[in-house]
Design a binder for this molecule. Structure first.
Ligand code: HEM
Length: 449
C-alpha cells in the first residue's frame, strides 16, 4: 500500500499468533504467566487478542505509560472500555463516562475523596475492623478474605452511604451482598458479553436483581436530602448532595444512585482483596511482620505505609487499566491504529528490574528509601482517570492492618504463598489469604491510643 508522504504506517506491536479463542483461554486460565511470557518474547509492547474485548496493546515501559496517562483524554477513552458494567452501574457512572461528561462528574466527586478528609473516617474504620477481628476464631486456618470483605462493605455503607442505624445497615448489607454476588458470577458476565451491555441495560434484563438494592439506595437518598444535619455530615452521600454542577444544579437521584453503586463496586472487593494479599505477604515474611508490629506498638505508621505500598506493587489487585484509542496515536515510537485498547500494565510495570531492585521480593523498605514514582507505581491507574478512592483505600488498609496486628498474632496457614486467581476483574489469592490467628496477650500502644 502506498501511503501519502510523511504518513507513519499504522502497526500493532508483535504478539502471539495463536487464534483469539486460544489467547482468551490462556488469559482466563493463567493471566500472569501469559503476560510475562508475552513480555519475554515480544518486549515491552505487545498485542493480545481477547474475545469480546477486541485488541489489547500491553504497555509496560514507564515513558510509554506516562504518554498514555498524560495524553489527551478525548482520544483515550476509559469509559468506553468499561462499558460491560453499564447495566449494574447505570449511565451516569463516572467509570463509564468519557470526555466533558466524565470530567463534570469527576469534579463533583473529587472533593469528597481528598486525602485529608479520610481522617474523619478513621474511627469508623477502626471500630468496624475491631468488631470483625474480635469475632475471628483463634487457632484454626481460615481465609482472611470474607472478614476483609465484611469490613470493607460495612466501611463503605457507613462512610460513603452514611448509614449508621444498625437495622438499616443489616438490610442494606444483605441486599448489596446479593447484588454484588450476582454481578461476580462468570455466567452472568457471559450473558452481558453475548447480548451486549447496552442491550441488557435498555431491556432492563437484570432490573429485578438490582431492584431491592436500588429501592434501599433511593430511600437513603430521600431521607438524607431532608436531613436537618446535612451540612454537618461527613459521609460521601451527604457531600454529594451538597455538591453543585457548574450551572448550579444539584445532582439528581439517578446520578447519586449510579455514583453510590460505582463507589461500592469499585471500592469494596478491590480493598478487601488488597488486604487479603497484605496478610498473605506479611505472614510469609515473618521479619517484615515483626518490624511492622514493633513500629505499630511504638505508634509509628511509616513502615505500615511502606507495607501497604509494597503489597499494592507486588500483588496489584488490578492487573491493567484500559484506554480505547479514538484516533491513531504515537505511543512508544509506534503509531497505533484507532479502535485498539491500550493497556498500561500495572502487573508488568511493577516487576521491572530496571525500576525495582530484586522486583520479585516483598521488601517494604524500598519505599522508605525512595518514594513511589507517578509512572512506575500505578496500582490506582493514572491521569484524569486515576482511582478516586486511592487515598481512601490506602488509609483503610492502614487502619485495618494496624488494628489486626495490634490485636492478633498472625501466621501463615501453609508454607507456600498463595497462587493468584482472577475473580471477575481482580487478581485474588486462590485460598483467600489463609491465615491462623491467636489473640495477643499484652496490650499495646496502638490499642491504648
Ligand atoms: C486497593 C483498592 C483499590 C484499587 C487497587 C483500585 C484501583 C483502581 C484502578 C486501577 C482504577 C482505574 C484507573 C485508571 O483507569 O487509570 C480505579 C478507578 C476508580 N476507583 Fe478504585 N481502586 C481501589 C479502591 C477504590 C475505592 C475504595 C473507591 C471508592 C470508595 C474507588 C473508586 C474508584 C472510582 C470512582 C474509579 C473511577 C475513576 C474515573 O474513571 O475517573 N476505588 N480504581
Amino acid at each position: 500500500m502506498n501511503l501519502p508522504k510523511g504518513t507513519v504506517p499504522l502497526s500493532l506491536p508483535p504478539g502471539p499468533s495463536a487464534p483469539r479463542a486460544l489467547q482468551t483461554a490462556r488469559w482466563i486460565a493463567r493471566p500472569a504467566a501469559f503476560m510475562e511470557d508475552a513480555q519475554r518474547r515480544y518486549g515491552d509492547m505487545f498485542t493480545l487478542k481477547i474475545a469480546n474485548e477486541g485488541t489489547w496493546v500491553f504497555i509496560s515501559d514507564p515513558d510509554a505509560v506516562k504518554q498514555v496517562f498524560t495524553g489527551d483524554p478525548r482520544l483515550l477513552h476509559a469509559g468506553e472500555a468499561n462499558i460491560v458494567l453499564l447495566p449494574v452501574l447505570g449511565s451516569h457512572s463516572v467509570l463509564l463516562l468519557d470526555d466533558d461528561e466524565h470530567m463534570a462528574q469527576r469534579k463533583l466527586m473529587l472533593p469528597s475523596f481528598h486525602g485529608e478528609r479520610m481522617r474523619s473516617y478513621e474511627d469508623t474504620m477502626a471500630d468496624v475492623a475491631g468488631r470483625e477481628i474480635a469475632r475471628w476464631p483463634a487457632g484454626e486456618p481460615l481465609p482472611a478474605w470474607p472478614t476483609m470483605q465484611a469490613i470493607t462493605l460495612e466501611v463503605i455503607m457507613r462512610t460513603v452511604f452514611g448509614v449508621q442505624d444498625s437495622e438499616r445497615l443489616e438490610r442494606l448489607g444483605n441486599v448489596l451482598r446479593d447484588t454484588l454476588a450476582f454481578a461476580a458470577q462468570p455466567r452472568r458476565m457471559a450473558l452481558l458479553a453475548v447480548l451486549g451491555p447496552r442491550r441488557v441495560a435498555k431491556l432492563g434484563l437484570i432490573r429485578s436483581v438490582l431492584e431491592p438494592a436500588d429501592k434501599l439506595i433511593y430511600e437513603e437518598i430521600d431521607i438524607r436530602r431532608g436531613a436537618p444535619d446535612l451540612a454537618d455530615r461527613t459521609d460521601v452521600l451527604s457531600l454529594l448532595l451538597q455538591a453543585r454542577h457548574e450551572d448550579g444544579t444539584e445532582m439528581t437521584n439517578e446520578e447519586l444512585r449510579d455514583e453510590l453503586m460505582t463507589l461500592l463496586v469499585a471500592g469494596h472487593e478491590t480493598s478487601a482483596t488488597a488486604l487479603a494479599w497484605a496478610l498473605d505477604a506479611l505472614t510469609h515474611h515473618p521479619h517484615v511482620l515483626a518490624r511492622l508490629r514493633d513500629e505499630i506498638d511504638s505508634g509509628d505508621d511509616t513502615y505500615l505505609d511502606a507495607v501497604v505500598k509494597e503489597t499494592l506493587r507486588l500483588r496489584p489487585v488490578i492487573a491493567l487499566v484500559l484506554r480505547r484509542l479514538v484516533e491513531p496515536m504515537e505511543i512508544g515510537g509506534r503509531t497505533l491504529p484507532a479502535g485498539v485498547n491500550l493497556a498500561p500494565c500495572i502487573y508488568l510495570l511493577h516487576r521491572r528490574a530496571d525500576v525495582y531492585d530484586d522486583p520479585r521480593a516483598f521488601r517494604p523498605e524500598r519505599f522508605l528509601e525512595k518514594p513511589p514514582g507517578t509512572y512506575t507505581w500505578i496500582p490506582f491507574g493514572g491521569g484524569v482517570r486515576r482511582c478516586l478512592g486511592a487515598s481512601f483505600a490506602q488509609f483503610e488498609m492502614k487502619v485495618v492492618l494496624r488494628e489486626l496486628v495490634a490485636r492478633l498474632d498472625i501466621r501463615a496457614a501453609r508454607a507456600d504463598p498463595e497462587r493468584r486467581i482472577r475473580r471477575a476483574i481482580v487478581f485474588a489469592p486462590a485460598r483467600g489469604g489463609e491465615i491462623v490467628v491467636e489473640r495477643r496477650s499484652r496490650s499495646t500502644h496502638a490499642l491504648a491510643a
